[in-house]
Design a protein. Structure first.
Lengths: 299, 329, 334
């Protein structure tokens, strides 16, 4: 008994010594695990991602197959969430909708993150006229209410799913750009950057090996939250008829189709809305948790 | 006598500060204001002064980590201040820096092995296993384990981090190392270890140090010659023993009298300085030290004293020595 | 201060320039020839040519741009391609409707947001705080056009408390004076009409206010917590002032500046959201005007609608910035 305890104690102390977080990431992950809301958010996100990926397997019907004989049916065992005005299965359409929304959300954020991040990095690192030019560009873009700018861009490019994605990517560029710019400005002042310069680092190496790795963490948080916003924006554009075109099963478009039937078929508008809200909520909760875990000072 | 490795001539660094709302003429903080000195190969040159006197700025301007406003720096016969970006990058192999704060000067997102490998990558050593080998060797040279290379900075103590900083500076076996308060952030018990390490390394690698510190006892321990700075200007320069035994400039006298005395039997009257350090944005006219100087005379208030050789190898910027006579003290 | 104002306005020049470029591009982005689109594909080629000359489309692009600028600066927004009416005249009542809705929503958002934020900060980490913040999180995660639909379903269809669509009862004719119906009906002394107008504005008002309410609440809470840490609040508490009173008076005064900024920024959300909300509720504002124009591919109107909304947004943000600088002594007018 006695020896057992000693052993247990020893292994604990060795363990805790070892766990002294080998990388800053481990530390973040440990803090993240303690956040209930973040975990729930992460769970929701994973669920929606799975739904999006597995939509063809999970969906009982073809999401675009019309059957006017069974239109506007309330939820039943055949059609779990009823049918829409064209007799399409709402449940199947919802599943496929996850695919479209997440695709737009994910890729538009990747786009704004890469372009915004690069512009912000250049502006913050080089300063002077480059900074002035890029910062003014950001100001200009932020001078529009974002959804309005998206509408303007889609009006220029023409309505459609890809153009909506492009528009959403463009309108979020300044958000990411400004964020990383301000980070870079402060990281640039750090002594380890000067130390790296003293080593005779090339400009390129200094930017991508020293400045960027110390600046981009807030981008992860903003990126996660940004996917949520992008899903909302995509739904808004779809709702206005500027995003996905019929017969695509897109949540915003489904809502705008359901608009005329709130009296006799409210399930048509309840389901896509709940899907949008849940997925966005997931990203927001996960993003907030990430922020607390990765950057505890910010709160 | 060894040849001169570093020569600094009339180095200045001015920082512009914003004037009032409608003020057109810009004001400047003269962080470094016409500093001149030279360092011989193999020696340790100390730069002392209170915080904010411009000693760190001097050190960084010499390496052009901060662009000097004017003046010239010659290193190993080449004019550093004229080099273009590429030439400067190449010469950095030969002139390195160790920073004061070992917590701030190591990239937190890089293992120290990677960090030490980097200078070799940028200076063209492409053989990966050779680089690794050199990193391991250097870690042991500075008293760390070869296995420590896989760790991140936050896993080390302050003293260990400073050893990493030193190892990184040594990777290319530089000729000159600017040691910017290398021990002042460390525990006293660790300070002497690191100082001894620096001394050992100097012998092994035939290094030349520019040792910047506010700690007079540390400077006395390690330096051969010492320059004293006050408000961006060099006020006195001389051999260590001569300077400590018989300080010439009233400021040096005051500084030394305030320092703890290693030999308790040596009696010394403590000179207490009057007033505060003046605002560097608006330094006093004439000798910057005159408002606090017990010996100030009329000339001190109007004319800036030249930095001249008072005796062989001994420079001082003070009107009291201009006639060649002894000071009042 | 004057210098700051001028400088801040100077910053607007590139912004306005960029905006004009984007807006200008819209009309040129019409697939094919705008003149052809306007007249239809079967139109007489001669007529198309005349129209092209009329629109200045036969001139080089930069010349067209300067003409466009000249026109805009003179307050001429052009003619609707559909109704053939001058857009400026058409837009006035729409603009007033949007302004009325936006202001109404902002009032709701500020009242609820600020108080919810203060309550949360005051009762930090209680169920009240957690509940309010969870609600705020749901609020920002919801598409407001969906909330509008749910509201309609619940309060109009199911409960039959409030009207589904429009600004006022169609059978009533309201004499427009200010074009703000809530004010117009009061001026006319017609309380019955006033109540009807009020009932119409509630649902869209709430829908539009959701996101700003949530964000204002979070921001107020955050800056209140910051302020509550300070010494003088503790001193005031020690002096025995009633707890909530302390929080309210002392802290709010200091938390005001950041909250003001959020309020300013949220106006963008409101103007953007107006397009969606107005579409749902058939609210005859600029948003609906814009939406209909998108449907009808009336590019002249799309252009003008975006121009007008963006200009309002820019101007309001300028005002907020200046107010912020004025109220917060810590801001340097650099």
């Amino acid at each position: 008994m006695q020896t057992d305890r000693v052993h247990a104690n020893q292994s604990v102390s060795i363990n805790s010594n070892y766990q002294k977080a080998r990388s800053p990431w481990m530390e973040g992950w440990r803090r993240l695990r303690k956040q209930k809301a973040a975990l729930i958010g992460g769970g929701i996100v994973i669920l929606f991602v799975l739904i999006g990926l597995l939509a063809p397997v999970l969906a009982p019907y073809d999401p675009t197959e019309q059957n006017l004989k069974i239109n506007l049916q309330p939820p039943s065992s055949d059609h779990w969430l009823g049918t829409d005005d064209a007799g399409r299965d709402v449940f199947s359409r919802l599943l496929y909708g996850a695919r479209i929304s997440l695709t737009i959300g994910f890729f538009s954020v990747i786009g704004s993150l890469v372009i915004g991040g690069l512009l912000g990095l250049l502006a913050g690192y080089f300063g002077k006229w480059i900074d002035t030019l890029i910062s003014r560009l950001f100001d200009m873009m932020l001078a529009f209410p974002s959804i309005l700018l998206a509408i303007a861009i889609v009006a220029i490019l023409g309505p459609g799913l890809f153009n909506a994605l492009l528009a959403i990517a463009i309108i979020n560029i300044p958000t990411f750009g400004r964020l990383i710019r301000s980070r870079v400005l402060s990281v640039k002042q750090e002594e380890y950057i000067m130390a790296a310069r003293a080593q005779g680092m090339t400009q390129w190496r200094l930017i991508f090996r020293h400045v960027l790795p110390n600046s981009w963490v807030p981008l992860i948080v903003q990126g996660t939250l940004g996917i949520g916003t992008a899903v909302l924006d995509a739904a808004a554009l779809g709702f206005l008829g500027l995003g996905a075109q019929p017969p695509d099963a897109e949540w915003g478009k489904m809502l705008s189709d359901a608009k005329g039937y709130i009296t006799n078929a409210p399930w048509l508008m309840l389901c896509p809305g709940i899907a949008i809200m849940l997925s966005v909520l997931g990203f927001n909760m996960f993003g907030d948790g990430l922020r607390d875990a990765l950057d505890p000072k910010e709160r | 006598m060894n040849k001169t490795l570093l020569e600094v001539k009339d180095l200045t660094k001015y920082y512009p500060i914003r004037g009032g709302l409608f003020q057109r003429n810009k004001q400047y903080v003269k962080a470094v204001d016409g500093v001149t000195f030279s360092i011989r190969e193999g020696e340790t040159f100390g730069l002392v002064g209170e915080s904010g006197c411009g000693k760190s700025t001097t050190g960084r301007s010499i390496l052009r980590l901060i662009e000097p406003t004017s003046g010239k720096v010659y290193f190993d016969g080449r004019e550093i201040t004229k080099l273009n970006h590429q030439e400067l990058r190449n010469i950095r192999k030969d002139m390195q820096i160790i920073f004061q704060d070992p917590y701030a000067s190591l990239n937190p997102r890089m293992t120290i092995g990677k960090m030490m490998e980097e200078p070799m990558i940028v200076h063209g050593i492409s053989d990966k296993s050779l680089r690794r080998q050199k990193v391991r060797e250097m870690l042991e040279v500075v008293g760390l384990n070869a296995e420590h290379g896989d760790r991140y900075p936050h896993e080390f103590s302050g003293g260990q981090r400073q050893r990493v900083g030193i190892a990184r500076a040594l990777m290319h076996q530089p000729k000159l190392i600017v040691a910017d308060e290398p021990v002042s952030a460390l525990d006293v018990s660790v300070q002497s270890q690191v100082l001894n390490l620096l001394q050992d390394l100097q012998e092994t690698f035939r290094l030349t140090y520019l040792f910047i510190s506010h700690d007079l006892s540390v400077v006395r321990y390690i330096c051969d010659r010492i320059g004293v700075m006050y408000l961006g200007r060099m006020v006195e320069l001389g051999e260590r023993d001569a300077l400590y035994d018989r300080p010439l400039h009233p400021y040096t006298q005051a500084l030394l009298s305030a320092a703890p005395i290693p030999d308790p039997e040596a009696l010394r009257e403590r000179i207490v300085l009057q007033g505060d350090v003046p605002n560097p944005a608006n330094p006093p006219v004439g000798c910057a030290f005159h408002p606090r100087c017990p010996y100030a005379v009329e000339t001190c208030r109007t004319t800036r004293p030249a930095f001249r050789e008072a005796e062989s190898g001994r420079f001082v910027a003070c009107h009291l020595y201009e006639t060649g006579g002894e000071p009042v003290a | 201060m004057l210098k700051y104002v001028l400088q801040r306005m100077g910053h607007l020049i590139p912004v306005l320039f960029g905006m004009s470029i984007i807006v200008f591009s819209i009309i040129h982005a019409i697939p094919g020839d705008p003149a052809e689109v306007i007249l239809g594909q079967r139109a007489d080629p001669e007529a198309i040519k005349t129209l092209r000359a009329q629109l200045g489309l036969d001139q080089p692009l930069h010349v067209q741009y300067f003409h466009f600028l000249e026109r805009i600066l003179q307050g001429d927004l052009g003619t609707s391609m559909v109704t053939k009416q001058p857009i400026v005249e058409e837009m006035v009542p729409y603009l007033a409707a949007t302004a009325e809705l936006a202001i109404f929503s902002m009032i709701i958002a500020v009242i609820f947001g600020v108080n919810l934020g203060i309550l949360s900060a005051w009762r930090r980490n209680t169920w009240l705080d957690n509940g309010a913040m969870a609600l705020a999180l749901v609020g920002v995660s919801m598409p407001i056009f969906w909330l509008g639909l749910v509201e309609q379903w619940l309060f109009s269809v199911k409960l039959d408390w409030l009207p589904v669509l429009g600004r006022a009862d169609v059978r009533d004719t309201i004499t427009p004076i200010t074009h703000f119906y809530l004010i117009d009906t009061l001026l006319a002394g017609n309380t019955g009409q006033f109540w009807s107008v009020l009932k119409h504005i509630i649902l869209p008002g709430i829908a539009l206010a959701t996101i700003p309410t949530a964000i204002i609440a979070r921001m107020t809470r955050a800056s209140m917590l910051e302020v509550l840490k300070h010494e003088y609040i503790r001193t005031a508490r020690a002096k025995g002032l009633h707890d909530f009173f302390v929080v309210y008076k002392h802290a709010l005064k200091n938390a005001f500046a950041p909250v003001l900024t959020v309020i300013g920024l949220q106006l963008g959300t409101l103007l953007g959201g107006a397009v969606l909300t107005e579409t749902i509720f058939g609210w005859p504002g600029v948003g609906l005007y814009l939406f209909n124009a998108i449907g009808a591919r009336d590019y002249a109107v799309i252009q003008s609608g975006i121009l007008v909304l963006a200009t309002i947004y820019i101007v309001v943000n300028l005002i907020v910035d200046l107010l912020y600088a004025y109220f917060d002594p810590r801001i340097q007018y650099k």
